[in-house]
Design a protein around this ligand. Structure first.
Ligand SMILES: C[S@@+](CC[C@H](N)C(=O)[O-])C[C@H]1O[C@@H](n2cnc3c(N)ncnc32)[C@H](O)[C@@H]1O
Length: 241
């Protein structure tokens, strides 16, 4: 059995998110070759575990999701220490990182995404910046242990097949005391994230905070932020004793 991605109102939430994803260029139907889809330039792409039309996503998200990128980048800009390394997982076409680099040029900004199509467009978008975006799966990140101060992610977690290996990787790359801030739809279940966090020594004594994020001036906000701080060595020592 797969993990339960959506919480209460699961059926409706699933349909809604599927519709939004479709509008944003996400496709569950693979091409005849079974590998990805055709880009607007007519190239067939292999899309890893995800099939995205990067150009379409970029065009639509640049308008629709700009308030989200602004909000998240202002929150992260206010919290990240000077010169911190920030990693965006499931970075899509890189718009959040570009918004963040404008606010905080001192930060070292990295992005990773499983979709080669998204990474192609992100690399084009980031060509005149210092933002580095690589292709990679959250279950096997191409980053060294303890190398990241701040992990952020927007609207990606509900695509992760399983949260446990993702959280294990995030615990590996985060420095002690580092921050993990995941933004996703409010319908996404917090339980599988909480369960995964409990399994990781670096996170085990940490509570996952769930905070509604107000954007788009809607009466009910559709986005929440799940956040937690990685333990520092003293806390880890207490756990072992
Ligand atoms: C809805 S898009 C969000 C993109 C971007 N964060 C934004 O807010 O515009 C979800 C992204 O998560 C990526 N993704 C899904 N599963 C992933 C995984 N296992 N590892 C890395 N990226 C993943 C997809 O390729 C896609 O780019």
């Amino acid at each position: 059995m797969g993990e339960r991605i959506f919480g209460n109102g699961a059926g409706l939430a699933h349909r809604l998110i599927h519709r939004i994803g479709h509008h944003l260029g996400h496709s569950r139907h693979r091409g005849e070759s079974g590998a990805g889809h055709k880009t607007e330039a007519g190239q067939q792409t292999g899309a890893g575990d995800e099939s995205w039309n990067g150009d379409r996503y970029d065009r639509v998200s640049a308008r629709l999701l700009r308030p989200l990128y602004r909000k998240v980048s202002s929150e992260v800009a206010a919290a990240a220490p000077s010169g911190a390394t920030v990693l965006d997982v499931g970075a899509g076409t890189g718009r959040l990182l570009l918004s963040l680099t404008r606010r905080r040029p001192d930060l070292k900004l990295l992005g990773v995404d499983i979709s080669p199509e998204m990474v192609r467009v992100a690399t084009r978008n980031a060509q005149y910046s210092d933002v580095i975006i690589e292709q990679g799966d959250i279950r096997r990140l191409p980053h060294a242990d303890n190398s990241v101060d701040f992990v952020i992610s927007t609207l990606s977690m509900h695509h992760w097949e399983s949260v446990r290996p993702a959280v294990a990787e995030l615990a590996r790359v985060l420095r002690p005391g580092g921050e993990l801030w995941i933004y996703d739809f409010r319908f996404v279940s917090a339980q599988r994230l909480k369960d995964a966090v409990r399994e990781e020594a670096r996170f085990a004594d940490r509570a996952v905070e769930r905070v509604p994020v107000r954007i788009w001036r809607l009466p009910i906000t559709p986005i929440v932020r799940f956040s937690l701080t990685a333990s520092r060595p003293a806390t880890l020592g207490n756990l072992v004793e």
